[in-house]
Design a protein around this ligand. Structure first.
Ligand code: 1QQ
Length: 404
């Protein structure tokens, strides 16, 4: 009789003193978040981009855009007079890195919402964690099919491959109407590249072109001799590559080194001036569809462009503009929410849920143009472009020239 009595008493004490008895993190967290009133001090917004690994070639452009937005909007008074701060957790290039970054941002940094991760491949693993914790996520570079559909808390400012990718094929045909045979290459170990190649292959067929071969590789590959040779033997007029910056750039270089003279289209994974150092002079002429143009009219883009050019001495790339837009979405949604009821009085859990609704309801005039969201969280955007890499005589510097 004695033993159970002691256990019961202990249990009762523990129920009152959950932390002291080490009652488990889940219970402790629930108690803390429901009793804390709101966010005090500056408002934390989480950024989970790749800052290490080969994906950092793309992630660092997101970091740059987010930092410009942080300064720009805080200088303008932040969230109705309260500053916000971006908390960066390196999501690296794989699923584990993104999951780690999300967990830290949600549970330790107690952010109101997250921007990231860099790759769709990572988002399919990490976004469900935020969804279960009811923490809003705004993707700023995830373009694979199915991202907003991951859950109610998942949205993106990065337009889908289905909308963006076909533009480059149409532009290539316009520039060279004699294109008939097309070779397609894609990285088969990456969700975004699998999604993008489907769109490219469909576009090729829809436009009445002949798809002569589909060559596969891995984002970690460095040697593309066999894929490039297989394709070149079929005499294509156009090569379309869905890969990431390092592998994609290497494939461009090796195609040219093996004598390929036709047109080349790169997908969104090659959409960074970081590919220039990989394929160097041989990058010249590669066409890439864009969801942003530095020339987009309007005050907000002028301010963003100036801040970027002042700092980096070159035109802002798409991934920086999209990251800026994602921060802007949070800032404006937080302002709207704060106007209705003071953010500092709303408990964190409720704040995250209310913020998510506000994000989806808003309209934003960003450097990408006017954007809004469908109920599922897909971005609605109007203007798209195509750029072509123009290398300088020195063979190492170059730029993305927008095709009119
Ligand atoms: C995705 C992408 C990448 C190329 C972003 C860097 O579009 O993974 O969805």
């Amino acid at each position: 009789m004695k033993k159970p009595a002691v256990t019961t008493t202990l249990f009762a004490i523990c129920a009152l003193l959950i932390t002291a008895c080490g009652g488990g993190n889940t219970t402790t967290n629930t108690v803390t978040t429901t009793t804390t009133t709101g966010v005090s001090g500056s408002i934390p917004i989480g950024i989970a981009f790749a800052q290490t690994s080969n994906v950092a070639l793309l992630g660092q452009e997101g970091v740059a855009g987010a930092k410009i937005a942080e300064k720009y909007f805080n200088d303008k008074g932040g969230i109705n007079g309260t500053q916000f701060k971006l908390i960066f957790q390196d999501a690296s290039g794989d699923e584990a890195g993104a999951i780690n970054a999300f967990q830290t941002l949600i549970n330790k940094d107690k952010v109101v919402g997250i921007i990231g991760p860099t790759l769709s491949q990572q988002a399919f693993s990490a976004d469900p964690i935020a969804e279960r914790a009811k923490v809003p996520v705004v993707g700023a570079s995830n373009t694979a099919k199915g991202i907003p559909e991951i859950g109610d808390y998942i949205a993106r400012v990065s337009s889908s491959v289905a909308v963006v990718a076909p533009n480059s094929v149409k532009a290539a045909l316009k520039q060279n109407p004699s294109i008939k045979k097309v070779a397609v290459f894609f990285a088969q170990n990456d969700a975004f590249n699998k999604s993008e190649t489907e769109i490219f292959q469909k576009t090729v067929k829809d436009l009445g072109l002949e798809l002569v071969t589909v060559q596969k590789f891995q984002t970690t590959d460095t040697d593309f001799q066999s894929q490039a040779t297989n394709a070149i033997n079929l005499k294509p007029d156009l090569a379309i590559i869905s890969g990431l910056a390092a592998d994609g750039g290497n494939l461009v270089r090796q195609l040219r080194e093996l004598g390929y003279k036709g047109a080349i289209i790169g997908g969104n994974g090659l959409n960074s001036s970081n590919v220039l150092s990989v394929c160097k002079a041989l990058c010249d002429g590669v066409m890439i569809a864009q969801a942003y143009s530095p020339e987009h009219p309007g005050e907000i883009n002028a301010a963003f462009r100036k801040a970027y050019v002042d700092q980096f001495k070159k035109e802002p790339p798409q991934f920086s503009a999209q990251a800026f837009a994602a921060v802007q979405v949070y800032v404006e949604a937080l302002r709207a929410l704060d106007t209705k009821s003071k953010i500092s009085t709303i408990p964190l859990e409720k704040l995250r849920t209310e913020l998510n609704k506000e994000i989806l309801a808003g309209k934003y005039n960003t450097p990408l143009g006017e954007i809004a969201f469908t109920p599922v969280g897909e971005v609605i955007q109007k203007d798209f472009y195509v750029a072509q890499i123009k290398m300088e005589k020195d063979g190492s510097t170059g730029k993305f020239a927008f095709i009119k």
